[in-house]
Write a protein that binds this ligand. Structure first.
Ligand code: ADP
Ligand code: TRP
Length: 326
């Protein structure tokens, strides 16, 4: 039986943090063994925040290197840059023509981002481009964090709408959510999700130096109690550190709680910091070495784009015919 297909992307909008890693990339690496996978760098989406051209260029290459350093294997997965497959923008346009404005205006991300960046048409149309990213590859599953579920719902709505107007064309993909670590919280504010835009002490970047990691964990917000116990309501900070420690060590949270019964926050934080230093140092070494050899990196991305284009063009031929483009 043919493998199921999974598609996802991450925007190249700065260094990744451990929330991005646990919520997205680490899962991509696991999925590449089970699914036929397409993973891309969403550079067209990143444009909606109007980055400096030089920054966008660097961040795109850095993200490609990071995907590989974290364990994506070009033999197993199709890894590419979104803008190298022009069908994304083309299908995005076509989907715009069947998308009611109200559907886009009610998106949480649109409301949040337009407060920060101004009400740009690109931010409004972000979800139709995302629907195109997905539908081009007819996937079964789209691994994303909770914050993207609304966009996947819209993708399903648009697939259904297109199919009912033009005949069966697209599969309706499911969001693939994970239960654990799908929302890593901010270290200095464990009530909100960890985010690049929340400031240096909020997150641990995948390329933070060991001493920076140690300092950030040491100063992470906890509570005035002393018990190392998972309790989201009363101990949000400790619970967050427990999820992080569990995700990086592979141990269940209950096991970690048991190991630290009777011990203090200091010891738990110290060990968690050392765990992160150790796990991230492997990734960082590979990352640096990949960036030293940009030619090899570009070759991987070119081959990925070629394979992605092939699938995308097949879908576009069908779409063009169905909607009456000559
Ligand atoms: P940020 O919110 O830091 O700008 P992005 O929106 O670029 O991050 O997210 C990239 C990917 O990482 C998405 O799949 C998103 O769901 C996931 N992600 C982002 N922040 C977190 C978090 N705190 N916990 C878990 N996953 C996250
Ligand atoms: N919008 C996603 C995010 O902010 C990134 C993304 C773009 C994406 N296109 C996609 C994710 C297609 C899954 C599928 O994280």
């Amino acid at each position: 039986m043919a493998k199921e297909v999974a598609v996802s992307g991450v925007q190249p909008s700065g260094d990744l943090h451990i929330g991005n890693y646990l919520g997205a990339i680490k899962r991509f690496v696991e999925l590449q063994n089970k699914y036929k996978t397409y993973f891309f760098i969403a550079d067209l989406h990143a444009l909606t925040e109007n980055p400096e051209p030089e920054d966008l260029r660097n961040q795109t290459i850095n993200l490609a290197a990071m995907y590989l350093a974290c364990g994506l294997d070009p033999k197993k997965t199709t890894l590419f840059i979104q803008s190298h497959v022009s069908a994304h923008a083309e299908l995005g346009w076509i989907l715009n023509t069947i998308t009611p404005l109200g559907e886009l205006q009610r998106m949480t991300q649109f409301k949040d981002k337009s407060e920060k960046h101004g009400v740009l048409a690109g931010l409004l149309n972000y979800p139709t481009l995302m629907a195109a990213d997905i539908l081009l590859y007819n996937p079964d599953a789209v691994p994303v964090g909770e914050d993207q579920v609304q966009h996947i719902e819209l993708t399903r709505t648009l697939a259904r709408k297109f199919n009912s107007k033009y005949g069966d064309t697209f599969k309706e993909p499911k969001a693939l959510l994970q239960k654990e670590a799908s929302r890593v919280m901010g270290l200095d504010d464990p009530e909100k999700k960890m985010s690049k835009s929340a400031g240096e002490n909020n997150y641990i970047s995948l390329i933070d130096e060991p001493d920076v990691i140690r300092k950030k964990i040491k100063t992470a917000v906890t509570d005035s109690g002393s018990e190392i116990k998972y309790d989201l309501k009363n101990k949000a900070g400790v619970s967050n550190l427990l999820s992080i420690a569990s995700a990086f060590s592979g141990k269940p949270i209950a096991k970690i709680e048991a190991e630290y019964s009777g011990k203090n926050y200091g010891q738990f934080k110290y060990d968690t910091a050392e765990l992160l230093v150790q796990k991230l140092s492997g990734i960082q070494e590979k990352y640096k070495s990949l960036l030293k050899n940009k030619k090899t990196l570009m070759k991987i991305l070119d081959e990925g784009a070629k394979a992605a284009n092939k699938t995308a063009q097949k879908t576009m031929t069908l779409v063009r015919e169905k909607i009456g483009l000559v």
